[in-house]
Design a protein around this ligand. Structure first.
Ligand code: CMP
Length: 140
């Protein structure tokens, strides 16, 4: 399997509860390398642009408000099959459906406040990484 990079976001519900280290340990234990990382405060407009594929859905406004409500940690994870592996480590979007031991099963509070985001495919990973990181910030 090829080495891939994927975009990860540790969301406000998790940064508020000081869970960054515990979540990063889940990534590293699964063999994912955190090759870039920064803690930032998004504006609602920046969150809206990132999630524009969901514009018009009933939860969109609430999602953008939430993502701008406190700092987030944006990261690039690297590894063999990193996109699928990260989605496995995160668990299902709704924590009620997430497998035991996954980040969302252990830490997420609800489908909206679900602790982490991860890219879903190679093309979206490339776009999402470029949204937050310049080439100079990706040193491997
Ligand atoms: P994420 O993987 O970041 O991608 C889009 C986000 O929208 C998703 O995680 C959830 O946090 C949020 N989301 C998806 N479905 C719903 C829903 N039904 N109600 C509220 N938020 C949702």
């Amino acid at each position: 399997m090829a080495t891939e990079r994927t975009l990860s976001i540790i969301k406000p519900d998790a940064t508020n509860r000081n869970l960054t280290g515990k979540i990063n340990a889940k990534f590293e234990d699964a063999g994912l390398r955190i090759v870039a990382q920064k803690r930032i405060q998004l504006t609602k407009a920046q969150a809206g642009k990132f999630y524009e594929v969901h514009a018009g859905r009933p939860f969109y406004d609430e999602l953008c408000e939430f993502m701008a409500s406190a700092p987030v940690v944006v990261q690039v994870l690297e590894g063999e099959g990193a996109i699928a592996k990260n989605r496995e480590v995160m668990g299902a979007t709704n924590p009620a459906d997430a497998a035991p031991g996954t980040i969302r099963a252990e830490f997420a509070e609800s489908v909206g406040e679900n602790s982490v985001h991860g890219s879903d495919a190679p093309d979206t990973a490339a776009v999402e990484i470029a949204y937050f990181f310049s080439g100079l910030e990706l040193v491997g």
